[in-house]
Design a protein around this ligand. Sequence first.
Ligand code: VG1
Ligand code: CO
Length: 544
Amino acid sequence: MKIAIVETRPFKDQKPGTSGLRKRVRVFRQPHYLENFVQAIFDTQKDLHGGTLVLGGDGRYHNREAIQVILRMAAANGIARVLVGAGGILSTPAASCVIRKHRAQGGIVLSASHNPGGPDADFGIKYNIANGGPAPESVTGAIHQATLSLSRYHIAEIPHVDIDHLGETRLGEMSVEVIDPVADYETLMESLFDFDRIHALFNSGHFHMRFDAMHAVTGPYAVRILENRLGAEPGTVMRAEPLADFGGGHPDPNLAHAHDLVQQLFGREAPDFGAASDGDGDRNMILGRRFFVTPSDSLAVLAANAHHVPGYRQGIRGIARSMPTSQAADRVAARLGVECFETPTGWKFFGNLLDAGRVTLCGEESFGTSSDHVREKDGLWAVLFWLNLLAVKRQSVEQIVREHWRLYGRNYYTRHDYEAVDSERAEALMKDLGDKLAALKGQRFGDYRVEQADDFAYTDPVDGSRSEHQGLRVLFEGGSRVVFRLSGTGTEGATLRLYVERFEPDPERHNLDTQEALAELIAIAEQIAGIREHTGREKPDVIT
Ligand code: VG1
Ligand code: CO
C-alpha cells in the first residue's frame, strides 16, 4: 500500500462548536479541508495509533465520500482497526454504544445533526473519545490548535473501499470491519427495557403509535426495533428511509419541523403516542394524543419513574441538566434525595459526571435525553423509556405528565430562537446585556424581582476544568428566569436563543397556554435585552 504525504496549508476556521465542526458542504468540499481536520485528530489522539476507531454518520450528503477519505487516512496513520457502519450509517448514540462495547479508542461521527443536508446545506464531523462521549473541550481545543499549524497529511493511495457488505477487509496493515449499524444498539436497548411488556402493549390492539424518522438516521433503527422486534404495526415509522437531503426537510424533531406527525397526533383519530428523532438520532420529541411533552418535563418524568424500568430498577444516582433546561428535574432529584447538576449546554459536559458514577440520567431542553448506558443523548432510548412506562402504568402520556405536575408543580417553559441574525448585532446584544447584568440585582419588573443576574460559568466537579461565558441569566425570586445564549451549532450568522421559565405550584393553574403563561417574562426579556432593536426582528423564527 502506497502512502502519500500531501502538502497542505492550515484553515483558520476549524474550531469545533457545541457539537463538532459544522460547515456548509461546499466548505468541506474545498481541497484538503476535511483531510486537515482528520489529520489534526490523528496527530493529537495518539492512542488511536495501533488502536480501534469507530466510523459512521447520519447518511447525509457527502457522508459516503468523507468515509472513503477517512478510511484511507486511517490506514496511512497507523490505525489498526476501523469499525464502520454498513452504508456509512451509525446514529450518534449507536456510535457511542459501539465505541464502548468494542473498547475502541475513539470514533468519528459525520453529522450536522438537525441541520438540513444536501449540496447547499450542512455537513459536520465530531470526534468521540474512548468513553463513547463527545470530546471534552481539552480535546477539541488540542485538535483545533493542531489545525492551525498543519502542513501535511497522510493518505493511502488505495481504491474505493466497499462499505456496503458486512465483513472484514484489509487495507495494508489496517483491518476494516463493516458492521451492522443496528445490532449492538438493539442488544443494549433490550438489556434496559422490558421488551416483552412493550410487545404486549403493541399486541393489545388498543395502542397505536407514530414515529417520525424524518428521512434521517433513525429510520433503520426504529423499523428494526419498533416494528420488527416489538410488534408495532407496519407503517408505524414514517419517513423511515434515510435520504441524503432528508427529503428536503429540516431533521429537527420539534413542533415546527415534524409537521405531519404533529398533525396526526393532534388530529381526530390521533394515535396514543408519537415521537420523532433528529438527523443523527440523538434527539427525541415525545407526544401524547393531542399533548406535547416539553423535553425538560420529559427528563423529570423519566427520572421520577425510572424505577418502573428494568435497567433503572435499582434507582438513579443523580441527574444532570444543561443550564437552560428547566428546573423540573431538580425537584425530582430533591425528592429522591439524589444529586443534581447544572452544566453548560452540550452533551460533552455530562461525560465526567457519568464516568464518575455521579449521575444516571441527563437531559437538555433541546430535545436531548439519555442515561449512563452510552455517553451521548439518545433519541430512540427516550422513546423506548416512554413506551416502557406506558406499558407499565397503563395511563396516557397526558395523564402521566399531569399527575407529575400535581405532585411536583409545573415549570412552564419555552425557547425562542432568532436565526441567522447578523453576527455583529447578536454579539452587540450579548455585550450590552452582559454589561447591564450587575445592575439588575434587586430590580423589580412587574411581578418579578431579580434575585441574581450573571454570566454562567461552570467548574467541572470531577476534573476541575472551568468553562466560562456559557449564557447570560437573569434569575428572579421564586425560581423564574430568562436566559440568553448564542448558538454554537449554526453555520450562517448567529442564532440567539432566549429561554424562559416560570414555576407554577398551583394545580388550578396548570392548564394555561405556555406562551400566555410566560408572556410577562417574555416581555421582561425584551425590556432587559432589547432583542427587537438589536436584531431588527419583530418575532422569533422558531418557538419550542
Ligand atoms: C444545540 C442545543 C444543545 C445541543 C446541541 C447539539 O446547541 O442547544 O443543547 O447539545 O445543539 O445537539 P446550540 O449551541 O446550537 O444551542 V445535536 O442533536 O445538534 O448534536
Ligand atoms: Co443531533
